[in-house]
Write a protein that binds this ligand. Structure first.
Ligand code: NAP
Length: 260
């Protein structure tokens, strides 16, 4: 199936690694030109080399700290000046501090608000201004299944990501007249570096193999964790011409974990 992504310009945030990187790679495989963004320059250079080696797409990168509104503003000013247009936003961000509600201070909640909520609002707001001008666009927000059920020791994710729901639905309605769709994908446990590190810690602590530790983490009916490309292909589809009548949805990609 031709997704019609050839030549589209996609901004992927938090994309030097993990889910953001997998999404950028998949979009580039489908012919989109991608802009990577994260905080560390060396990781961005490495990630853009990997995508360039594997695809024929143009790959750009620019540093951003999503907890800093001024840094987000500078990223979009750079896009305006150097690229001049934007068709697709895939929003991901860093992971919040783990902990149950009473382990966390109000300061932790304030920081998580910037990382998980304000950054999603500001990147969507700035990205949609390019798309409104074009009369076409796709916004895909990466959330978590914590939006469907509270996850143990992830109070910040359970609480501070909830604006993603309102943002997705509100923008879907307000941007529909401009031919812009807005959807959220909600990953369960997907095997990125972050999850691999967690598994390594469990393996060491419990004296079991890495494979056994990964299986332990996989709380889904499928009894396995997901792979980054299993999320990225859903994102590429939502970003495509083919997904033109899907908007305002929250799509779990979790092997059924949110049903347990
Ligand atoms: N993997 C899962 O199973 C899973 C499940 C549900 C939800 N999630 C959520 O999905 C998001 C991505 O997770 P992941 O597993 O892909 O994480 P990851 O492998 O640790 O990658 C995180 C990426 O985000 C960037 N980043 C971190 N903080 C940032 C900031 N303040 N500003 C800009 N970029 C930042 C990192 O680069 P720099 O450090 O250089 O900035 C890196 O590129 C997280 O919010 C996570 O909680 C993940």
């Amino acid at each position: 199936m031709d997704l019609g992504l050839n030549g589209k310009i996609a901004l992927t945030t938090a994309s030097s690694k993990g889910l953001g990187f997998a999404s950028a790679l998949e979009l580039a495989r489908e012919g989109a030109n991608v802009i990577l963004s994260a905080r560390r320059e060396d990781e961005l250079i490495e990630a853009s080399k990997r995508i360039k080696n594997e695809t024929n797409s143009d790959v750009f990168w620019h540093k951003v700290d999503l907890t800093d509104l001024n840094s987000i503003k500078k990223l979009f000013e750079w896009i305006e000046k150097n690229i001049g247009t934007l068709d697709i936003l895939v929003y991901s961000t860093g992971g919040p501090r783990p902990g149950n509600f009473f382990d966390l201070s109000i300061n932790d909640f304030e920081k998580a608000c910037k990382l998980l909520a304000l950054s999603a609002i500001e990147t969507s707001r700035r990205a949609s201004s390019f798309m409104i001008k074009k009369g076409w666009g796709r916004i895909i927000l990466i959330g978590s299944i914590s939006l469907l059920k509270p996850l143990n020791r992830l109070a910040l994710s359970n609480i501070m990501r909830t604006p993603i729901i309102g943002l997705t639905r509100t923008l879907a309605v307000e941007l529909a007249p401009y031919n812009i769709t807005v959807n959220a994908v909600l990953p369960g446990t997907i095997l990125t570096d972050r999850v691999r590190n967690l598994a390594e810690n469990i393996a060491e602590r419990e004296n079991i193999t890495l494979d056994e530790a990964v299986k332990k983490i996989a709380e889904s009916p499928m009894k396995r964790v997901g792979l980054p490309e299993e999320l990225a292909t859903v994102i590429a589809f939502l970003a495509s011409e083919k997904a033109s009548y899907i908007t305002g949805t929250l799509i779990p990609v979790d092997g059924g974990a949110s049903l347990l």
